[in-house]
Design a binder for this molecule. Structure first.
Ligand SMILES: NC(=O)c1ccc[n+]([C@@H]2O[C@H](COP(=O)([O-])OP(=O)(O)OC[C@H]3O[C@@H](n4cnc5c(N)ncnc54)[C@H](O)[C@@H]3O)[C@@H](O)[C@H]2O)c1
Length: 296
């Protein structure tokens, strides 16, 4: 099935990026939000991001105009009814996501493909409330932040997936310029399955005194060639997000490597969430010169 029109639900951090890259690639896009003010904010972010691409010479002025002409905003889910692929990027809440899918299932033609950008929820569980035929056309499309810059897209299939529909979403991923990796529905998919235990282990190592925050970061950057150390990355991802994902993964696998270290929980409870709250493993009072926090 050829995908021509794409619906994106949620125009926040991820949804705005997904709508942008889809429109740049030539798809007709409808971005849907709950309220006009959120839609305006998301659209403004897209306009700003396109302006930066034009400034850097990565997008021509004509292509920016054409991209914006392909992009429509809406606060009415019904405006997505004629989209071939609808990608949901709303709040990470199972109940709210499922309520949205049930509405989509009822209003869309049988061949519409639905996908979720969830980072941690089970795709199989999310699609449970859908009609059996729609379940075969429901996938995970896990983008990375910031979407316009990050190359990777995890295309997640389930045990019920329709082969043709899965091939269509993988093809869509390639057309929007992503490197698509195929994976099956298992908590954390590929990247978080490997990354989360590594990040948690860095915290455990720090708790055990293997080194300071700065030295552990330096060790992994210079010893392994990583672009940033685990604590810098934790602060970027958000400590609350990491805690939340690790809890879900521990629930699924029941293995210690996915269990949240006590320090991570204490930091989240104390409101130290990383860059977004100004303090995490580093203090960002001077954002250009973060200082490691004194945590023990
Ligand atoms: N932030 C990340 O780094 C990241 C990475 C990969 C995947 N994800 C996943 O992407 C999804 C969105 O995350 P985000 O960081 O963009 O969140 P966000 O809070 O920035 O954006 C979510 C948006 O969805 C809107 N929304 C909520 N309910 C809605 C509804 N019923 N209909 C339409 N819009 C609705 C909100 O108004 C908000 O603007 C989550 O499932 C998250 O797990 C996030």
């Amino acid at each position: 099935m050829e995908i021509k029109k794409v619906g994106v639900i949620g125009c926040g951090l991820m949804g705005a990026g997904i709508a942008q890259v889809s429109a740049v690639a030539g798809y007709q896009v409808v971005a849907c939000e709950v309220e006009q003010r959120f839609l305006d904010k998301g659209m403004a972010n897209i306009t700003g991001s396109l302006a930066k691409l034009v400034e850097k010479g990565k997008l021509s002025d004509e292509d920016r105009t054409a991209t914006l002409s392909r992009l429509k905003g809406s606060t009415d889910l019904n405006d997505l009814a004629d989209c071939n692929l609808i990608i949901e990027a709303i709040i990470e809440n199972k109940k709210i996501k499922q309520e949205t899918y049930i509405k989509l299932d009822q209003m869309c033609p049988p061949d519409t493909i639905l996908a979720s950008n969830t980072s941690s929820l089970s795709i199989t569980e999310l699609m449970a409330a859908l009609s059996p035929s729609r379940q075969q056309r429901f996938f995970g499309l896990h983008f990375f932040n910031p979407v316009p810059l990050m190359k990777l897209l995890e295309a997640v299939r389930t045990i019920l997936s329709d082969e043709g529909a899965y091939a269509s979403v993988c093809e869509f991923g390639k057309k929007i310029g992503k490197a698509v990796v195929q994976t099956r529905d298992s908590s954390g998919f590929i990247v978080n399955r490997l990354l989360v235990p590594y990040l948690l282990d860095a915290i455990r190592g720090f708790e055990e005194g293997i080194g300071s925050i700065e030295d552990i970061d330096k060790g992994m950057m210079l010893g392994c060639g990583y672009p940033m150390g685990p604590f810098t990355l934790l602060d970027f991802v958000g400590l609350d997000t990491t805690y939340y994902i690790s809890e879900i993964m521990f629930e699924e696998f029941r293995e210690k490597r996915f269990a949240s270290p006590a320090l991570l929980k204490r930091m989240v409870l104390a409101g130290m969430l990383g860059r977004k709250s100004g303090r995490g493993f580093y203090d960002y009072s001077d954002p250009k010169n973060p200082k490691p926090m004194k945590l023990n």
